[in-house]
Design a protein around this ligand. Structure first.
Ligand code: WTA
Length: 646
């Protein structure tokens, strides 16, 4: 991990970027000293139907928790992404869609996207969707996912996008949690040359969700699907009869725009709610400054729309800024490991935003696949989702960007709505592995175990002292969970769940989750979720899951499983449990290691000592710490011996 080189801002960047270091400092100071003034101005980036007169009404006090921004203003998120650009950008490309197969692509101009969205908004209305209704979207990476989301926003319906890699079970839970009565999906998805049976999974989920009485299916492959007349509708049929006129609904700034489920330390994923005015202000401002986005730049975020990165930085941020956003259906190494850079050349991408896990996988395949492409269009390289190890950072910087392009390592979360800590490329000295400085309006604090704020250099739990407009507002259906999850740890502060180190220059280095959340290839998973899945298996008595360092995935899933009395451990059972978890949650939750544990290390009060399990999983047997509080310290010895034998 040690890399001490630093990369100062090149003079050309400082001159051309939206912010050089003096401007960053001035804007940052203003944003934290006078948040009302700063955000009051920034909110004007959007088109408001009724302008706000109040900017901020926030309390982080746990007994009086409330967060409102621009709360007497009204607007429509969809018309901010589309209608307001029509006068100047009707024929500009809004979305460049690059198919899984390199010979397949589609573009939609702002004018075309506007028509599709209006038509689908009318389809939703015809199907009875009203303002405030929850619409579940379970789709592959095709332009229709953007159409569906924006159509919801247009009529004031709340979308809940569920990543296409989630299992029917996971989908059903999310549909039930937000009490959604309509599902938008596709016949099949396509990735890496293989098809993914989305409608079949949706069918299984709907069996458990009788309330879903409308299912709209986009035809992506034409593959065979089961059909239930009356419930299932082809997207294409509905669209062909739909009108292109649809007035946007006037929404309050604090009306929910969407729900996005994310994993926490408990078994049940949380429906994070983002609202309209503050969220859109925040994602457009961060998209402009962090990526130094200028008019005409072709911008590509490789994330899946099913995650927050896709919501904020494929759809809402770029479109509200009038950008051309690339949407990619495929994966980094299909048909071969040159694919990303070929896409950059083909579409003249200026800004690419991807995940460390993709960089590490490509790095493993060597420099040749990169070097056979030009990449001359590239100007900036972004990363998100997990800590980036300096070796991957340097490879990205030196091999991909040929030392021309700043690497912006952006730290944020589903809950934060947008980027929180990241270098502004014209302003900050880059350090491989550091997310560097807070964005405008962001007041990070490092807190020690006793809740004291650490000043100067040091490490602690990363918290936020004040709100920002993109912050989540509440957990859907569970008003108190916001406070319990994020504000009960340290009074008056938002608790992120990440550990962080601040160096003597004031730069922030995120060290990873300090709660029971793990980050597998940039996908966020709760260890409790995987445990809940494992114990559903009839042969499993108990399970404890931890993350462990994994060279490609960042973190891998390590499961300790105690079998029921009389059940014999076997490789076949191990395989069966692996399949079982994949079926319950989805392939992203594939356990990398299952270790049989005749018993688990517990305190006398019965609490599993995860700290010890993490160390054993990491092979770090020497520093297990104090095991004297365990009910039976010999358990640890047995686990270590098992682990060594694996
Ligand atoms: C981790 C993704 C280090 C972190 C936008 C956070 C990162 C969690 C970084 C949120 C980064 C994200 N450096 N860690 N640049 N970006 N993380 O909700 O642990 O899917 O809490 O949001 O990913 O994951 P989520």
């Amino acid at each position: 991990m040690s890399e001490h080189r630093v990369f100062p801002v090149p003079a050309t960047w400082a001159a051309k970027a939206w912010a050089d270091s003096a401007r960053y400092e001035a804007m940052y100071r203003r944003s934290v000293e006078d948040p009302e003034g700063f955000w009051g101005e920034q909110g004007k980036r959007l088109d408001w139907i009724k302008p706000y007169t109040h900017v901020k009404d926030v309390s982080f006090a746990s007994q009086d928790l409330h967060i409102r921004w621009f709360y007497d203003g009204t607007l429509n998120a969809c018309s901010n992404c589309l209608d307001r650009h029509l006068a100047t950008r009707r024929d500009q490309r809004a979305i460049i869609w690059e198919g899984d197969d390199p010979s397949v692509e589609r573009t939609l101009t702002y004018g075309e996207l506007h028509i599709e969205v209006c038509k689908f908004a009318n389809v939703l209305k015809t199907l009875g969707v009203k303002r405030g209704d929850r619409v579940t979207i379970y789709m592959p990476m095709i332009p229709e996912i953007a159409v569906a989301m924006l159509a919801c926003a247009r009529i004031g319906a709340i979308h809940s996008v569920v990543f296409g890699g989630f299992s029917p079970e996971a989908l059903a839970n999310r549909i039930q949690d937000c009490d959604s009565g309509i599902l938008i999906t596709a016949d099949e998805g396509v990735r890496g040359g293989r098809t993914i049976p989305l409608k079949a999974s949706a069918d299984k989920a709907m069996e458990k969700c009788p309330k879903v009485d409308r299912c709209v299916v986009v035809k992506r492959t034409g593959g065979k699907v089961d059909w239930r007349d009356g419930r299932d509708h082809w997207y294409e049929d509905l669209m062909s009869r739909s009108s292109t006129e649809c007035a946007p609904e006037e929404m309050n700034a604090e009306d929910p725009l969407y729900i996005l489920y994310t994993s926490g330390s408990t078994g049940k994923p949380k429906g994070v709610v983002h609202t309209t005015g503050g969220y859109l202000t925040y994602v457009t401002l961060t998209h402009q400054y962090v990526f130094d986005y200028h008019d005409g730049d072709i911008y590509w975020c490789t994330a899946d729309v099913g995650w927050v990165t896709g919501h904020s930085y494929i759809i809402y941020g770029p479109l509200a800024n009038g950008a051309t956003t690339v949407m990619f259906e495929g994966m980094p190494n299909y048909p071969d490991s040159s694919r990303y850079w070929q896409v950059c050349d083909k579409h003249q991408v200026r800004i690419i935003y991807t995940a460390p896990t993709a960089i590490r996988a490509l790095m493993r395949d060597g420099d040749a696949p990169v070097k056979k492409t030009s990449r001359q269009s590239l100007r900036l390289l972004g990363t998100v989702g997990e800590p980036i190890n300096p070796a991957a950072w340097l490879w990205y910087y030196e091999v991909v960007g040929e030392q021309r392009c700043p690497v912006v390592d952006t730290w944020w979360q589903t809950e934060t709505g947008g980027i929180m800590i990241a270098p502004l490329p014209g302003a900050m000295t880059l350090k491989p592995g550091a997310a560097t400085r807070p964005f405008f309006g962001i007041r990070p604090a490092l807190v020690d175990e006793d809740g004291h704020v650490i000043e100067g250099a040091g490490a602690g739990s990363l918290c936020m002292l004040d709100s920002w407009p993109g912050q989540m507002r509440y957990v859907y259906g569970d008003p108190d969970r916001m406070r319990q999850t994020y504000f009960d740890q340290f009074e008056g502060k938002y608790y992120t769940g990440d550990g962080c180190y601040r160096d003597a220059d004031g730069d922030y280095w995120i060290t990873g989750r300090i709660d029971d959340v793990i980050n597998v290839s940039g996908h966020r998973l709760g260890t409790a979720e995987v445990e809940s899945a494992l114990v559903l298996h009839p042969n499993v008595a108990e399970a404890a899951v931890v993350g462990y360092p994994h060279t490609l995935k960042g973190q891998g899933i390590y499961a300790y499983v105690t079998l029921k009395v009389g059940i014999k451990p076997s490789d076949a059972l191990r395989q069966e449990l692996t399949e079982f978890v994949r079926k319950e949650i989805g392939p992203i939750a594939n356990p990398d290691v299952i270790q049989w544990a005749p018993s688990l290390p517990k305190t006398r009060s019965g609490k599993i000592m995860r700290r010890i399990l993490r160390k054993i999983a990491a092979g770090d047997y020497e520093n297990l710490g104090d095991v004297s509080t365990l009910a039976d310290p010999r358990v640890v010895e047995d686990l270590v011996n098992e682990r060594k034998a694996l």
